[in-house]
Design a protein around this ligand. Structure first.
Ligand code: C5P
Length: 222
């Protein structure tokens, strides 16, 4: 098939989804937020007290989890067994547990399978941690995003604060640092730059500048 895949990987909260959404909108590609899938699985595991060391329980749980995206407006709208969970998956209980859940091999195998299906025949922009390395090693364009950790925490804090009056900048910073540590050191598909991924450090770039940078890389494949 000759569909185009744009893979965007990088650390937590460095603007991957903002860029991915802007690209999808501009190019009329499908946007897939792979992190939302791991978050929704985490929510299910928390609600159902799934023990991360119990492989049988995990396998059963994965069979009972049905995720769907409704990307009508290039935002992440995800349902977990037909329940809209897009807001709840951003809250701290999920953020604090998602890296442990996503380190479980069975979870990754199932999510990767679903993600590959979504990018099989359609033009997609997918963001995550292992998109350019594991999910789509042959993606036409791979970006690896990074930004100063303090800037990242401030950006994420501004996003979360309006809906979470109790949240502190410190707490957000710690969560990002902790997730980055877990994501880069885990056994299964650790976060790492694919050899052929282009680095995009956006510490000093506006969203428009990032969009232009990425469009220039994708243009030759359109
Ligand atoms: O992208 P987001 O920060 O919402 O992802 C939440 C978590 O899901 C990450 O910290 C990481 O542990 C996990 N994840 C992953 N692989 C992906 C996307 C997300 O392990 N492709």
């Amino acid at each position: 098939s000759n569909n185009i895949v744009v893979a965007i990987d990088g650390y937590s909260s460095c603007g991957k989804s903002t860029l991915a959404k802007a690209l999808a909108k501009k190019l009329h590609f499908i946007y897939v937020d792979s992190g939302a899938m791991y978050r929704a699985v985490t929510l299910y595991f928390l609600r159902n007290n799934i023990d991360l060391h119990n492989h049988e329980q995990i396998a059963e749980a994965l069979k009972d989890i049905h995720l769907n995206f409704h990307s009508r407006d290039y935002q992440t709208h995800i349902t977990l067994n037909d329940e809209e969970v897009s807001d709840e998956i951003r809250l701290m209980p999920v953020s604090e547990n998602v890296s442990a859940v996503s380190a479980v091999k069975e979870v990754r195998v199932e999510m990767v399978k679903q993600q590959q299906r979504m990018g099989q025949s359609k033009n997609v922009v997918m963001d995550g941690r292992d998109i350019g390395t594991v999910v789509f090693p042959h993606a036409q364009v791979k970006l690896f995003m990074t930004a100063d950790p303090k800037i990242r925490a401030e950006r994420r804090f501004k996003e979360l604060a309006p809906k979470n009056p109790d949240i502190t900048l410190e707490e957000v910073f710690e969560n990002l640092a902790h997730r980055d540590y877990q994501d880069t050191t885990r056994e299964e598909s650790p976060l790492t730059r694919a050899e052929d991924a282009i680095i995009l450090d956006n510490t000093d770039l506006t969203p428009d500048e990032q969009l232009q940078f990425a469009l220039d890389k994708i243009e030759p494949f359109l």
